[in-house]
Design a protein around this ligand. Structure first.
Ligand SMILES: *Cc1c(COP(=O)(O)O)cnc(C)c1O
Length: 424
């Protein structure tokens, strides 16, 4: 036993460290991704020699910066089947989501005040919707099924003659499920309603095409696709229909008036490079990550009982696995695997651990939600790492369950179905 610095004593495991594996292991690629060295290389000159302001029209420093920004705009557009003029650079997807929702709500206020979204959106969408509700907009939050997907019939029923916008995410950041975006977009198109999607977790990981997928407006972020933090983009359709967005930041009229402020040239160059790499490598990398993910899933399911996978696995991101380890206390589990960076089914608010609202929306009980782990496999994870991670989890879960009276009762055949703890 050893102290972990917090005064809490944790079980020390003897899980062997495979060759080439360094601790701690990063397996939380939905939270953020490491910068790809090739992206860094592309960015470097724009911190030093090519430092111009892309809005400077009178000298070559400005022209060089502008040229780099326009190249990045092409790279981003190409990845999603858009044209360069439809890409607005922002400080990240939180800003993109704010700009999309507030900008459309404001611009189309005359036409209606109703917005439709769903309960497992990222907070950047949910909190923006709450703000809009305070300003007199009506927001419908569609439920999701136990598999994490919305029901298209619910969407159809929610639409009324005041609906101006539907915002449904492409891929969920916790459970990795893919919403039926193409179908949602087709319904919106038919009804003349704008369709925004938070594409952060999908873009660069799976094929996303704003034409085929019937998307009018889409948010994306640099640091989720091996690019830098603090840069993102908003795709805004220019034809069929031409989407108008009321700017939320004023001052200078950059980005076609939709987003003022001196452009983050190195960041934008990095986002562009990240998009180009993703486009070239997505197919092979997606396959590789999915194989690793399935390998991890099978290993855990074979070695442990009372585990279950959260979210529909057919419509799913290749690198995501969200699994509940029932009859294990979430905090102890995380403590036991403190050399592995993953996310838990708990969200830290001020003093207490709140169960994840996404897992709750699937119908999981608080304790099962707390016992869940999100594995986010990414470009730099190896099979040897997956072996270490799975061995370690199996070891720690088994040890913790030896100490769990509930697990002992279940093993002895006592029916716990009426005990709230077991409900999910
Ligand atoms: C990370 C994330 C965001 C926020 O993006 P930032 O660029 O960090 O502001 C929004 N939506 C989803 C689904 C995300 O995963």
């Amino acid at each position: 036993m050893s102290a972990n610095g917090t005064g809490v004593v944790v079980a020390e495991s003897a899980t062997p460290l495979p060759e080439g594996v360094k601790l701690p292991i990063y397996m939380d690629n939905h939270a953020t991704t490491p910068l790809d060295p090739r992206v860094l290389e592309a960015m470097m000159p724009y911190f030093t020699s090519t430092f111009g302001n892309a809005a400077s029209r009178n000298h070559s420093f400005g022209w060089e910066a502008e040229k780099a920004v326009e190249k990045a705009r092409e790279q981003v557009a190409k990845l999603i089947g858009a044209s360069a003029k439809e890409i607005i650079f922002t400080s990240g997807a939180t800003e993109s989501n704010n700009l999309a929702l507030k900008g459309i709500a404001e611009m189309y206020r005359e036409r209606g005040n109703h917005i439709i979204t769903q309960v497992t959106e990222h907070k950047a969408v949910l909190d923006t919707c709450k703000k809009l509700e305070k300003q007199g907009y009506r927001v419908t939050y569609l439920p999701v099924g136990a598999d994490g997907l919305i029901d298209i019939e619910d969407l159809k029923r929610a639409i009324d003659d005041k609906t101006i916008l539907v915002s449904i995410m492409f891929a969920n950041n916790e459970i990795g499920v893919l919403q039926p975006v193409r179908e949602i977009g087709a319904i919106c198109k038919e009804k003349g309603i704008l369709f925004h999607t938070d594409g952060v977790q999908a873009v660069g990981k799976i094929p996303v095409d704003v034409q085929k997928d019937n998307i009018d407006v889409m948010s994306l972020s640099g640091h989720k696709i091996y690019g830098p933090k603090g840069v993102g983009a908003l795709y805004v359709r220019r034809r069929n229909p031409r989407v108008q967005i009321s700017e939320q930041i004023n001052g200078g009229g950059h980005e076609r008036g939709m987003r003022s402020g001196t452009l983050n040239v190195p960041g934008i160059v990095g986002l562009g490079a990240a998009c180009e790499i993703a486009m070239n490598e997505m197919e092979a990398e997606g396959k590789r990550e999915q194989e690793l993910r399935d390998y991890l899933k099978n290993k855990l399911e074979t070695a442990l009982d009372y585990v279950h996978v959260n979210g529909n696995m057919e419509h799913h991101l290749p690198g995501n696995l969200n699994m509940s380890f029932v009859y294990v206390e979430g905090e102890s589990l995380l403590m036991g695997i403190n050399d592995i960076a993953v996310s838990s089914g708990s969200a830290c608010t001020s003093a207490t651990l709140e169960p994840s609202y996404v897992l709750k929306a699937l119908g999981l009980g608080d304790d099962v939600a707390h016992s869940s782990i999100r594995f986010g496999l990414g470009r730099f994870n190896t099979k040897a790492e997956v072996d270490y991670v799975s061995d370690k989890i199996i070891d720690v879960v088994k040890k913790l369950r030896e100490l769990s009276p509930l697990y002992e009762m279940v093993k002895e055949g006592i029916d716990l179905s009426k005990i709230e703890w077991a409900a999910h």
